[in-house]
Design a protein around this ligand. Structure first.
Ligand code: ATP
Length: 374
């Protein structure tokens, strides 16, 4: 096991800075996901940890030892890629044994360790097959075994599930997570798939353009996104974001815009006054709206523009004037295109962001307030 620390870690390729001064600490036995859109620097961090890329500046520590100058072989790292990169002419057994043979490990020790990881990953019965005779999920488990057989201190997984179909992805992510827990091995998972990051990781670092935007436990990311980027990146279907203006009407704080008006509790004022201007962004997740076919006192009304049945839920596109709002209702709810509906939501389920800095505003949650049609 290893504790990993990154200090001001930076990597430039010519005039492109892929990783910009990242500070990060990963605990013994933790599974941390680096999550973000394509090109945000996730793989570059992973390759610096593996020793394949040298940092341009900053430091990497494994258990307080600075490893910047330690070559890949000396780092005790196991790496698993999206492409399993198995040797097609070798059996599964030989593929897994390969790194140990390179190290000239005694034969009986190799045999013991290959069978042990194969048992843990449940691929014992395939040891004499060639990779082409296995499913994608089984091949991925072989690749994982080949990394684990070296008994690495740190396991690095780069988009390990991307080549699998949806069903196998769910099964394999469960297996990888179980294995990681069982072995207690410090693991870093690189992915652009939020479901993968949220379901597998103890903590998730959301990245954009070479920096970490938020580092939190998965539910915290969803419930308290630190800024507009994280708010719009995490959640599917995504959070509704509406540009609004903050006003104070006779001492009462209000938000107006997008054909919506929200009266906030007085205690919200302190948080709103931290905004750099009166322009704010209201965020409401699709599942946090309540749609009613009956007028709700003082609430905005809209028209159902489109319905998208998803099975368990139906995604309803409601237009309040020009403003599009997407709400989730239970699948099969009696709602039709063209229906007039009233929108309601709880203040303690809404999110507010500074329109300029994009940071989350600390607006008191849990207090009652009323929404009103503009
Ligand atoms: P993806 O999910 O697409 O792999 P990523 O988040 O892993 O994306 P990186 O591969 O780390 O992103 O790349 C980050 C940035 O650095 C990108 O702009 C990329 O074009 C650039 N980059 C990465 N490797 C190199 C390289 N060897 N030479 C030049 N630029 C590079």
């Amino acid at each position: 096991m290893a504790r990993i620390r990154l200090e001001r870690l930076t990597k430039s390729f010519g005039n492109v800075t892929a990783v910009k001064g990242v500070d990060l600490e990963i605990q013994h036995g933790e599974l941390l996901a680096l999550l973000g859109p394509s090109g945000c620097g996730k793989t570059t961090i992973l390759l610096m940890l593996a020793g394949i890329y040298r940092p341009t500046s900053g430091d990497i520590f494994f258990d307080d030892e600075r490893v910047n100058d330690v070559p890949p072989k000396g780092r005790g790292v196991g790496l698993v890629f999206q492409s399993y990169a198995l040797y097609p002419h070798m059996t599964v057994y030989d593929n897994i044994a390969f790194p140990l043979r390179l190290r000239k490990t005694p034969k009986d020790e190799i045999d013991r360790r290959v069978r042990e990881v194969a048992r843990i990953a449940k691929i014992e019965e395939y040891l004499q097959r060639k990779p082409s005779q296995l499913s994608g999920g089984q091949q991925q488990r072989v690749a994982l075994c080949r990394a684990l057989v070296k008994q690495p201190d740190l396991l690095l997984l780069d988009e390990p599930l991307s080549n699998l179909d949806a069903r196998l992805r769910i099964e394999t992510r469960t297996e990888i997570k179980r294995l990681q827990r069982e072995l207690g091995i410090t693991t870093i998972l690189v992915t652009h798939d939020q479901i993968e990051a949220m379901t597998m990781a103890d903590r998730v670092a959301v990245m954009r353009a070479g920096i970490i935007e938020q580092l939190s436990e998965p539910l915290e990311l969803y419930q308290r996104p630190a800024n507009l980027f994280v708010a719009s990146f995490i959640g599917d279907p995504p959070m509704n974001l509406v540009s609004m203006e903050y006003q104070v009407d006779g001492g009462t704080p209000k938000l107006v815009g997008g054909n919506l008006a929200v009266t906030l509790p007085p205690e919200a004022r302190a948080g709103l006054e931290q905004a750099s201007s009166r322009q704010v962004v209201l965020g409401v997740r699709p599942e946090d709206w309540r749609l009613s076919s009956q007028p709700v006192d003082g609430k905005p009304a809209g028209e159902v523009y489109m319905l998208e049945p998803l099975g368990r839920d139906t995604l309803v596109d409601v237009r309040v004037g020009q403003q599009a709002i997407r709400a989730l209702v239970p699948g099969g709810a009696p709602i039709r295109i063209g229906d007039r509906v009233w929108l309601d939501w709880d203040v303690d389920r809404m999110h507010l962001f500074d329109a300029q800095t994009e940071a989350r505003l600390p607006v008191a949650a849990g207090a009652a307030a009323q929404g009103a049609g503009a």
